[in-house]
Design a protein around this ligand. Structure first.
Ligand code: FUL
Length: 456
């Protein structure tokens, strides 16, 4: 426990290290900039999370149920959550997030708040609990657990009756966060239409956030507006090329709002933002979020999945890849094969860091830095992998990577932000030396690291 005395001592240490440096450099000190909490840091370092969309839509072959589905239609005959979590684990995913309730209102756990749940389905004779089986499987395979509880509910008769639905939603959240052990991510989407009575609902976000903080203090909360992790602004797997983990919270104040600057803030963040709120890139391995047999031939290829990794994790984001279970309650073989293929490809690609065999020299000023590596046995370089020590905040604003082939320098890649990780791929080049120049930064860019790979 932190005592008041510890707190004063820590504050004194911060003040002592902060003042002289700020005065000397005449530029904002890193200590003045927002930094991640330990949960946000862990969330980002995990890189990959698997999303599982599953529910009555799986059986009605729809993407958005209207809330009128018969609970009896939910009948996964061979449901086994272990193959989900084993496939996720083997492919390097660290978290799995399940749609405990989607917009149709059907609850995958037996909730006391509604009849519209697994309890009224033939699944396990009405005694089943998919959330329990899922969370148990995550624990068995050492995965972190996340739950998606759609605020929009097209089944609830009290939806739009503001206080009553907010009570119901709070009760559902409380059930989910108190029955199943540690929950690491709570996912709130931004879709917000009308309920069965044609009314719209105003959600009580402060109340929702307080419930999560009280019941699962280490969990991160995702939504367009965070508070811990923000939506990246599209569902096609592409984070902003410029992507700050800081945002101005006045621009996106609640999930589902649009307005000037919203998409830009979600995609790119804001270098002057006062809040640390890194972006999560959610995208499906198939055209739809739910499993549809007609899309079994439209599963993303291994190449495509590797590209997604580059355009999400490789742009200072996290990849939340949706792999939807089938009506049997299993992952489709094609999806599982592609995941394994993606892992193999990434493992090969990042197996041998060429910088480790070379000689590195570094130079640092208040806002710039150079890292130059002399490579051994002039190799082919096709991927540069940059990172900042984000536990101290994010500062790099512009950089260039150049290669020297014995005759002269030429540009290999150029970019703006780095953050947790920036990956650039380019036509493989035979080079003897590689130089990273940080051309601009918000404060001293002293935590930058460069790795180099052949790219194959
Ligand atoms: C959106 C939903 O409307 C989609 O159906 C899907 O669940 C996606 C991840 O979030 O808001």
């Amino acid at each position: 426990m932190t005592t008041r005395r510890d707190f004063i001592a820590a504050a004194a240490t911060v003040a002592a290290t902060r003042l002289p440096r700020t005065e000397r450099a005449g530029i904002p000190d890193r200590l003045d900039r927002p930094r991640p909490t330990s949960s946000q840091l862990e969330w980002q370092r995990d890189e990959l999370a698997m999303f599982l969309h599953f529910g009555v839509n799986t059986f009605s072959d729809r993407e958005w149920g209207d809330g009128k589905e018969d609970a009896a239609s939910f009948n996964p005959t061979s449901l086994d959550a272990r193959p989900w979590t084993r496939a996720a684990k083997a492919a390097g995913f660290r978290t799995a997030i399940l749609t405990a309730k989607h917009h149709d209102g059907f609850c995958l756990w037996p909730s006391a708040t509604t009849e519209h749940s697994v309890a009224k389905s033939p699944f396990r004779g009405g005694h089943g609990d998919v959330v329990r089986e899922f969370t148990d499987a995550c624990k068995a395979d050492g995965l972190k657990t996340g739950l998606y509880l759609s605020p929009w509910d097209r089944n609830s008769p009290v939806y739009g009756d503001i206080a009553r639905y907010n009570d119901m939603y709070a009760a559902q959240l409380t059930e989910l966060l108190s029955r199943y052990g540690a929950i690491h991510e709570v996912w709130f989407d931004g879709a917000n239409g009308e309920g069965p009575n044609g009314k719209k609902q105003t959600y009580d976000w402060p109340r929702v956030h307080a419930i999560v903080r009280r019941l699962q203090p280490k969990a991160v909360m995702f939504s367009d507006a965070g508070p811990d992790v923000r939506w990246i602004g599209n569902e096609n797997g592409s984070a902003g090329e410029t992507n700050w983990s800081t945002v101005d919270p006045s621009v996106v104040q609640a999930p589902g709002v649009s307005g000037p600057g919203v998409t830009k803030m979600l995609q790119q963040g804001d270098p002057n933002g006062s809040v640390w709120q890194p972006g999560e890139t959610d995208v499906s391995i198939r055209p739809g979020w739910f499993h549809h047999a007609a899309e079994d031939t439209r599963v993303r290829s291994v190449d495509n999945l590797v590209s997604l990794y580059f355009s999400s994790v490789g742009r200072n984001s996290k990849l939340l890849l949706n792999v939807p279970p089938t009506r049997q309650g299993l992952l489709h073989d094609t999806d599982a094969e592609r995941l394994a293929g993606m892992r193999r490809r990434l493992d090969t690609m990042f197996a041998d860091d060429l910088v480790a065999h070379g000689k590195t020299t570094k130079q640092l000023t208040d806002r710039t830095a150079t890292i130059e590596v002399e490579l051994r046995d002039p190799p082919v370089v096709g991927v540069v992998d940059l990172s900042e020590r984000i536990e101290h905040g994010q500062v790099v604003a512009r950089y260039v990577v150049e290669g020297h082939d014995g005759k002269g320098w030429r540009t290999l890649s150029r970019g703006t932000t780095i953050g947790y990780r920036k990956l650039d791929r380019f036509a493989p080049a035979s080079v003897q030396r590689v130089r990273l120049t940080i051309e601009d930064a918000l404060s001293k860019p002293d935590g930058v690291r460069m790795r180099l790979y052949s790219g194959s």
